[in-house]
Each structure stands twice: as C-alpha cells, then as structure tokens.
Design a protein around this ligand. Structure first.
Ligand code: SAM
Ligand code: SF4
Length: 355
C-alpha cells in the first residue's frame, strides 16, 4: 500500500525506518558507549597525551530516566501506528539494552500485528537473549542483531566492562536454532583495543555463517572522549580482509542501506562495513529515532530533540500527532558534521539515543 503522503524531509528523503528505544538502561558498559571501568579511563588517558575530557568516564551516578518518564507500551504502539500509516515499514527495537525492559515481548507482539510493519527487528547485547528468545520469537520477532566486539574473554571485558562472552555466544546460537534470519552481528572497532581481532571476527562470520558488520567508532560515547585516531576506517578493515579472503561484493538491497556487504567467495557467511565517519551515507538516510522518554531524533547527531510526550499524555488525537511528526521530519538535518571544525557531539550517548 502506498501511503497518500509519506513522511518526507526538506531534502526529498522519505522516512521508512523507525528505531524505537525502550530503555536507556544497560547491563554493559561498553567503552564506546557508556565507559565506566577504570581500565576504560586509563585507555583513554594513556593512549593520547591530551584527552578532551579529563574524566573520560560517565558520571559516577548515572542518571537513568525515571520510569514515569519512559513511554508505556501503549504510547509506543500509538506512535508506531501513526508513523506506519505514513510509510514507515521497518521497526527496530533497541535501547539501552532492550531486554532489560520488562515484558518487551508484549511490545513486540503489539507491533508485529500492526498492518504495514514489514520488518520487525531488535538490536541487543545478547546477554539475556537465550532466556527470552522463545518468547520473543513467539511474539513475532524475526530478526535480531547482536553486538559482539571481541571473541577473546579478556578483551570482551575490556570492551564491554563486563564478563559475558559465553552468554552472548549462546544467544547467537539460540537465534540461529530458532531460525531467525538473518542473524547479524555488529562489531565496533576501536584502534588499539580490538582492531587486532578483525580477522578473527571475519573468520567467525564465515564458520558460523553469520552476517558480521564492522562499525566505525562514532562520537556518541557518554564520556565525550571520542578521538578520530581511535577510528579504524572501513577502507582499512576491507583491505585487511581482502588480503586474506576472496570477497565478492553484494548488491545493496536498497539505496538507504548503511552497510556495504561482501560474501566470502565460497558463499559461507558475509561481512559488512558501516563507515559513517569516513564514508558518510546521510544523502540516503531514511531513519528516525524514538527515544525511551518519547523524543523524536531525526539524526544520530541531532543537537535537538522533539518531545512527543505532551501530545501523547495530553488530549491530542492521531491527526495532531501525525501533523507534529510531519513537521519534525521536515526539519531533518541534511547530514552530520563529524570531523568538521565546530562539530559538537550530542549530549546524550548512544545508549540514550537508541542505536
Ligand atoms: N544494547 C544493545 C546493543 O548493544 O546491541 C542495543 C543498543 S546499542 C546503543 C546499539 C548499537 O550501537 C550497538 O551495535 C553498538 O555497538 C552501537 N554503538 C554504541 N555506541 C557506539 C559508538 N560510539 N559508535 C558506533 N557504534 C556504537
Ligand atoms: Fe549497553 Fe549497547 Fe551501549 Fe554497550 S552499546 S553499553 S550494550 S547500550
């Protein structure tokens, strides 16, 4: 069904993809998202002479949003329905760690039955996935992306601030057993931390027949300590993998696809490269984000957010909500400005924005 009037921005881009964050909380403390451990601080301090932030950790007492400020499942469902009626067809449930939101499978079930939702996926750190997998599958979840940045227990802990490699690997196995397809794995690569594992992660994708995407480190960490020198450019990752394997580039499945993908020549497994820092793809961006506390973000790097809560908790009807969404989308930024003079990192980290 082609919507009468889709959600379009002033640059002619039409929105199809809504990322819904269901919580800002997380059980991990990833170095690139919510760094917490002293080891993480030391990495940032010693790697470079001048870190921009002398205390490169998140504030000691992390200020999670009070539960009363988080959207209820009814409110989230309403926003999704209104957006889907105007052309959004892909929904991704994320966070924080979405599996920490109690009853998240009930939200999945509500969204799965909205006519027009063609693709419903989740991004998770995978720690709790095995226990919840069957309920999620039964609720209608068909696709899942796991975050896994290291296959080495010690390095996994350095990256995530927690032990948990075996739980995440079990979650990935469980998703495959349940026939979720594709099972994707995301690895953020940080120079000097896990760039020595690029080849091992690619081999993992090959032997486990997974789609593994390498992601460039973006300035979205809570410590605001991102440095360009920590980014391993997608091009460098690709060259290293091409030196070891015959890779065949896959055709993009659609113009807005963020990953460039390659299959191993023997057809087992796939690798992807997501390079938002060194090869931005803003020109085709069709994504919107709804934060757990009800704000629409039109770009990962937006410096402003648009609060839907007053409408959702006031007396606005769906037509008014739609009108507001339409106005917000029209103002979507043309592109990000990472690396340019005057670039300002958003205040909230990826865990609060919803990756
Ligand atoms: N907790 C879940 C997880 O880790 O998969 C979902 C939320 S997490 C914010 C979503 C994705 O954002 C993850 O794949 C994570 O690796 C990625 N991410 C977080 N911070 C990032 C950063 N600074 N640069 C690039 N990717 C980042
Ligand atoms: Fe948590 Fe995901 Fe952020 Fe890691 S990337 S701290 S798992 S929200």
């Amino acid at each position: 069904m082609i919507p009468v009037s889709p959600l379009a921005d002033s640059f002619g881009r039409v929105m199809c993809d809504l990322r819904v964050s269901v919580t800002d909380r997380c059980n991990f403390r990833c170095l690139y998202c919510l760094p917490e451990t002293e080891e993480a601080a030391n990495f940032y301090r010693t790697k470079f002479d001048a870190v921009k932030n002398p205390n490169p950790l998140q504030p000691a007492a992390l200020q999670w949003k009070p539960k009363s400020q988080l959207l209820t499942f009814e409110e989230i469902e309403r926003v999704v329905r209104v957006a889907v009626a105007r052309g959004i067809n892909k929904i991704r449930i994320t966070g924080g760690e979405p599996l920490l939101r109690q009853g998240v499978e009930q939200l999945i079930a509500r969204i799965a039955q909205i006519p027009g939702v063609e693709d419903l996926a989740m991004t998770t750190n995978g720690f709790h996935f095995s226990q919840k997998a069957e309920a999620l599958r039964a609720a209608g979840l068909r696709r899942v992306s796991f975050s896994l940045d290291s296959l080495d227990e010690k390095n996994f802990k350095r990256m995530t601030g927690r032990d948990g490699l075996s739980e995440v690997l079990a979650g990935i196995r469980k998703a495959r057993e349940l026939g979720m397809n594709p099972v994707k794995v995301n690895a953020v690569v940080i120079r000097g931390i896990n760039d020595n594992e690029i080849e091992a992660l690619a081999d993992f994708a090959r032997t486990e027949q997974l789609s593994l995407r390498f992601i460039e480190f973006m300035p979205l960490d809570s410590g605001h300590t991102w440095l360009a020198d920590l980014v391993v450019p997608g091009r460098e990752i690709l060259q290293r993998l091409q030196a070891r394997h015959a890779l065949v580039q896959s055709k993009p499945s659609h113009a807005a696809e963020t990953a460039r993908r390659w299959k191993f020549a023997d057809g087992a497994g796939e690798i992807g490269i997501i390079a938002p820092v060194t090869e931005p793809f803003c020109g085709f961006c069709n994504r919107l984000r709804l934060t757990a506390d009800g704000k629409i973000r039109t770009c990962l790097f937006s410096l402003g957010e648009h609060d839907l809560k007053p409408l959702l908790r006031g007396s606005a009807d769906d037509a008014q909500l739609e009108e507001r969404l339409r106005g917000i989308v029209w103002q979507k930024e043309e592109r990000h400005h990472i690396g340019e003079p005057g670039f300002v990192q958003p205040e909230r980290s990826m865990s609060c924005i919803g990756g």
